[in-house]
Design a protein around this ligand. Structure first.
Ligand code: PHE
Length: 494
């Protein structure tokens, strides 16, 4: 057999073991004999030598019974049945009501169950036992067991072990694997000339290649099958990574990005979008109105134009909503409930330039937090204003976007928004089901005309977190924001 090419640590370990051929070496003995401190080095050398047939590895599993969280408490304060039993013994004609006032609910219930199994029963309204001595002995045996932890599973009382295994949180069984090594025939006889440690080259540098030294150098080989720690480097949060991807897609499709403030007026957030002033979504329970600024001034001509539209349709031919339009309601300060508040202002500022604009930004709604709702979330918003823009173009744009996000199956359904006509709901197929991801439509004349826009405007607003749930396969939206490091580390790179 050719002499195997050993790594330096393997050489050192084998040489050390050859000083006592018949011995079984423990980890500590190997560390000492090799003058190492790192257990991983010894384990890797032992593993390598075993692969080369020089050493035999023996594994021993040691199992230890330990006190778990409840067990640690019991060792200090006594077992639940122990505390209940001594309370019963020191209380005259202890009744259930007495017990319930002496112990907390989470203890009284399970405690009574434990006593019952020990033969302590409620008879004529008081706790009694036929054989109090037996109860005392049994309890003492349990307490002794718990106090005696940790102990090896071999020496543990098996009846007690079975008993405590069936109770929650009292004990746990820890396993530890230890390894020992002994020489094989081949290892014992491998000549000393193979065991000289050599300077091994682990990095090929230009200096090495330019000199002649590489000709005689020994190169370190890598065992790529060995276990190793996975490198942990910084990376974007999956939400941020997703936002970047959405951005890249819209930029690539020729859109420019719009960024604007959270704080807005009800006027731009709602009135400009022909949302009636008595619409339920405007109520306090759905929208975060601000105390500071409680109101923000709006230009009088703008408010007048919205008022005309809302009250009687202005010059659009619409009949409006009727009723009286309130300037004060319009000027209320709020946290934007949708990013449409920003695209509409962009249009007002550029009423006659064709455009493609998008934003990915945060919006606020007074939602109770649950599996699918958050009070702060993000919308993917966009508009296309262009001569000849039509519904088909809107649907194609949405389909193209989702296809680029990896969701090729998209369908639209009729929907209703006060500011678009027609209005659509966009749904994406995910694991065989259609999920609603957003709304879209063509802005109504009641929205565009007061702003002096006569070109058709396609608009949409979609939920980003919903899309994230789908891309990351989540069933709880909160997972995105709880900073669970373990989960974050295991997320795919988007
Ligand atoms: N703003 C709507 C929402 O918050 C979505 C939408 C945007 C609908 C633009 C139509 C046009 O859900």
């Amino acid at each position: 057999m050719d002499a195997p090419s050993l790594l330096n640590p393997e050489r050192r370990m084998l040489k050390a073991m050859q000083t006592d051929v018949g011995r079984t070496w423990s980890l500590n003995e190997v560390l000492k004999a090799c003058n190492w401190t790192d257990q991983a080095v010894a384990a890797a050398a032992g593993h390598g030598l075993t692969n080369h047939g020089m050493v035999e590895t023996m594994e021993h599993v040691v199992r230890t019974v330990k006190a778990a969280s409840e067990g640690l408490k019991a060792a200090q304060e006594g077992l639940l049945e122990q505390r209940l039993w001594s309370w019963i013994q020191s209380t005259e004609s202890a009744s259930m009501a007495d017990l319930q006032s002496a112990f907390e609910r989470h203890e009284a219930g399970p405690g009574v169950g434990l006593l019952k199994r020990l033969g302590v029963l409620l008879i004529d309204g008081t706790f009694q036992s036929d054989d109090p001595e037996h109860v005392g002995r049994e309890i003492e045996q349990r307490a002794t067991f718990i106090r005696g932890l940790p102990c090896s599973i071999e020496t543990a009382d098996s009846t007690m072990l079975e008993h405590f295994k069936s109770r929650r949180g009292l004990i746990e069984i820890a396993e530890q694997t230890t390894r020992t090594w002994s020489l094989t025939e081949a290892g014992a006889h491998l000549g000393g000339e193979h065991l000289e440690e050599k300077e091994a080259v682990s990095e090929i540098t230009t200096e090495l290649l330019q000199s002649e030294a590489w000709k005689d150098a020994e190169f370190r080989s890598f065992d790529v099958t060995l276990e190793s720690a996975s490198p942990r480097t910084g990376r974007s949060h999956p939400m941020q990574a997703l936002i970047e991807r959405v951005r890249a897609i819209f930029l690539e499709m020729g859109f420019s990005e719009l960024v604007d403030d959270y704080v807005q007026t009800a006027g731009w957030n709602m009135d400009a979008l022909f949302i009636p002033q008595d619409h339920p979504a405007r109520e306090m329970q759905d929208t975060f109105y601000l105390e500071n600024p409680a109101s923000l001034p709006l230009p009088a001509d703008l408010v007048k134009a919205w008022g005309d539209i809302h009250e009687h349709g202005g010059v659009t031919g619409s009949v409006g909503w009727g009723g009286a339009f309130s300037k004060a309601t319009s000027e209320k300060g709020l946290l934007r409930t949708h990013t449409t508040v920003n695209t509409i202002q962009y249009l007002a500022a550029h009423p006659d330039e064709a455009c493609r604009v998008f934003s990915v930004d945060r919006v606020f709604r007074k939602e109770a937090i649950d599996r699918t709702h958050l009070p702060e979330f993000h919308q993917i918003e966009g508009i296309i204003m262009e001569e000849g823009a039509n519904l088909q173009m809107l649907v194609t744009t949405m389909k193209t976007f989702y296809a680029k996000m990896g969701c090729p199956e998209v369908r639209v359904r009729p929907a209703y928004f006060p500011y678009t006509e027609p209005s659509l709901e966009i749904e994406v197929k995910w694991r065989g089901k259609w999920l609603e991801l957003g709304g879209a439509g063509i802005f109504r004349p009641e929205v565009t005309e007061p702003l002096g826009i006569s070109t058709p405007v396609l608009a949409w607003g979609m939920g980003l977190e919903r899309l994230a749930m789908l891309v990351l396969g989540l069933d709880d939206i909160r997972q995105l924001y709880i900073s669970d490091l373990e989960w974050l580390r295991n997320q795919p790179i988007l």
